[in-house]
Write a protein that binds this ligand. Structure first.
Ligand code: ATP
Ligand code: MG
Length: 362
């Protein structure tokens, strides 16, 4: 998959911008010029939502009412390693467009593929990307919910059935939690048969979510890790009829569903000592763990979608030492990569002279 052109209007601090990308493109510019915002726009093209805005409407340029992101994508399943941006005969060209507009304070989102309106759910399959930002290191130390969000974001891109299962599960869970909350607050009584419908959905969809999460974790553990070795442990909260029955009384006291994928966690360990990286790892080791995870995410998405994801690397040079920067550059021929940096001097000289490497100065 290759992102060839990107154009946006009123996105974050950018009023109107247009960029062309190579196999490797390095975006160089001082702090606050809008480098991460460009990667954010590209990320939205693959997920339909931002990775850092609490509300997508925050991405609309201040003082304006709509933002638009447009891109030309070349996609040629498998054989994508040899990227000839001039265009070949077999590739598909896809035009993607996302429009965020404010209507009476509410955000309306529009997604178009080759000019045809699509639901966010369908739009997501057209462009695959993997993002690494310095903030991702918090995945190791932050709450289980952020790790679940990450795992979901990978599977969300990888598998349409996962997207459907997740959405059905979350809707049923919300309804079921409302019932439990009503009971806790003494507002309403429900018979156990009232729960049956939701229990059935949660058990069916929950086991689908768990098996895909398990498969991803196995993929990570079985893959060769040439940047940093770690194991990922799936701390699963099984959703089953027996467990729902077991916790039913406690759930009524808590006012919330106590078992299932919404309680899963994923933990990182050193493979040799089996100690948690969260407690025993240095900051550098945490960073390399997450960077390695993202490289495996590229491989996983390639296997799952038959498309090589575009790799987006935000500000990695300030975070990695020379040896690791070279490891990153060794990966570049494998997929299109878009990097950001504040200083040209952070880049190894020989990289800039390579064919297929271009820079964008902001
Ligand atoms: N909705 C918005 N409208 C206008 N400006 C915005 C909006 N959202 C964010 N900005 C501004 O965009 C600017 C650039 O942000 P961005 O994070 O892309 O910078 P950067 O080039 O990555 O900087 P750094 O090198 O510090 O990471 C910030 O000054 C931020 O305040
Ligand atoms: Mg930035």
């Amino acid at each position: 998959m290759v992102l060839k052109k990107l154009k946006f209007i009123n996105f974050r601090n950018h009023r109107l911008r247009q960029f062309d990308f190579s196999q490797t493109t390095i975006i160089i510019g001082p702090n606050t010029v809008g480098k991460t915002n460009i990667l954010e726009a590209i990320y939205i093209l693959s997920r339909g939502k931002s990775f850092r805005a609490e509300h997508d409407k925050d991405t609309i340029r201040e003082g304006t009412e709509f933002a638009q992101i447009e891109a030309d994508i070349f996609s040629h399943p498998r054989g994508e390693k040899n990227l000839h941006l001039g265009g070949g005969q077999t590739e598909d060209r896809i035009k993607l467009k996302v429009i965020f507009s404010l209507q009476k304070g509410y955000l309306s989102k529009k997604f178009l593929v080759n000019g045809v309106a699509r639901r966010q759910y369908d739009f997501t399959s057209n462009f695959v990307s993997v993002l690494f930002t310095p903030h991702d290191i918090e995945l190791i130390t932050s709450s289980p919910s952020s790790r679940r969000r990450y795992i979901d974001s990978v599977l969300y891109q990888a598998d349409k059935r996962y997207r459907t299962a997740l959405s059905t599960y979350e809707k049923a869970l919300k309804r079921r939690n409302r019932m439990l909350y009503d009971i806790k607050e003494g507002r309403k009584q429900y018979k156990s048969s009232d729960f049956e419908y939701f229990n059935k959905i949660l058990i069916e969809q929950g086991s689908m979510l768990a098996s895909k999460r398990e498969e991803l974790v196995n993929f990570v553990n079985e893959s060769i890790k040439n940047i940093f070795d770690f194991t990922l442990f799936y701390d699963k909260s099984e959703m089953s009829e027996a467990r729902l029955m077991k916790y039913h009384f406690e759930e009524q006291k808590a006012g919330v569903t106590l078992v299932g994928p919404q309680r899963d966690d994923f933990k990182f360990y050193f493979p040799r000592t089996e100690k948690p990286i969260q407690e025993f790892g240095s900051r550098g080791e945490e960073r390399l763990t997450i960077f390695q995870l993202k490289v495996l995410e590229v491989n996983y998405l390639l296997r799952a979608t038959s498309h090589t994801p575009v790799l987006l690397l935000d500000d990695i040079f300030s975070e990695l030492d020379d040896t690791n920067i070279h490891k990153v550059f060794d990966l570049l021929p494998d997929q299109q990569t878009i990097l950001t940096t504040t200083h040209r001097e952070f880049l190894p000289k020989k990289i800039l002279n390579k064919q297929d490497v271009s820079t964008i100065e902001l």
